[in-house]
Design a protein around this ligand. Structure first.
Ligand code: DX5
Ligand code: ZN
Length: 221
């Protein structure tokens, strides 16, 4: 399996000083920046768009920016995020009319692709597009808000996705997002996740390095 990637969700950061927060969490040992984009249409909340992604790049952030689109439609905003410095762009299959076309659009823009599955969305469509996907993201909460409780049924779904990835024999990452922290990282990694999003569990603590170390140690158990 791939090495563990921890991707703090900046939704939980102090947005009044976002550049410093992201710099701080990366120096504390985080790997990627998880960038939650909400449009008050696909999900009932509003966050930030490409200008904020571009601002992080201008600030000097050079880590992988993992953009999680919770917007509908997706195609119009994909080139803007690519131009703003996104490395990886993920979207929900329900949010596009043409799944294959949206994946191809992301690749054409030079970014890696991700597909996101809500807790009640089956993985069925994956088998038709597995060769065009670099990351599978399983939501372990209903999307729209940080700080929610992890839904334990996600563990079975992680095992199902892990089996599909292993059978595909491609280096697809398996990410989990929502309510993940030191208390359940061991379980999600054991179920097959190799990429973990955590918002409030990291930014809600004063010592980011201590949480990240704790999470890595528990994941390795
Ligand atoms: C939810 C977002 C998550 C969320 C994670 O819609 O996609 O990335 O912010 O936050 P925590 O870790 O606090 O659940
Ligand atoms: Zn997210």
């Amino acid at each position: 399996m791939n090495d563990l990637i921890i991707a703090p969700s900046i939704l939980a950061a102090d947005l009044a000083c976002l550049g410093e927060e992201v710099d701080h969490v990366l120096r504390a040992g985080a790997d990627w920046v998880h960038f939650d984009v909400m449009d008050n249409h696909y999900v009932p909340n509003l966050s930030f768009g490409p200008v904020v992604c571009q601002a992080l790049r201008r600030y000097g952030i050079d880590a992988t920016i993992d953009v999680h689109l919770m917007v509908k439609p997706v195609d119009r905003i994909i080139p803007d995020f690519a131009a703003a410095g996104a490395d990886l762009i993920s979207f929900h299959p329900e949010a596009t009319e043409h799944l294959d076309r949206s994946l191809q659009l992301i690749r054409d823009q030079g970014c890696q692709t991700g597909l996101v599955f809500n807790p009640a969305t089956p993985l069925d469509c994956l088998r038709y597009v597995l060769d065009k996907v670099d990351l599978i993201l399983l939501m372990s909460v209903n999307p729209g808000f940080g700080g929610q409780k992890f839904l334990p049924d996600t563990l079975d779904k992680l095992r199902e996705a892990r089996a599909m990835i292993d059978a595909a024999e491609r280096p697809i990452r398996l990410e989990v997002d929502g309510g993940v922290g030191p208390d359940n990282i061991e379980a999600v990694v054991a179920a097959g996740a190799d990429t973990v999003v955590a918002g409030s569990a990291i930014f809600g603590q004063p010592d980011y390095a201590a949480v990240l170390t704790d999470m890595r140690e528990r994941a390795a158990q």
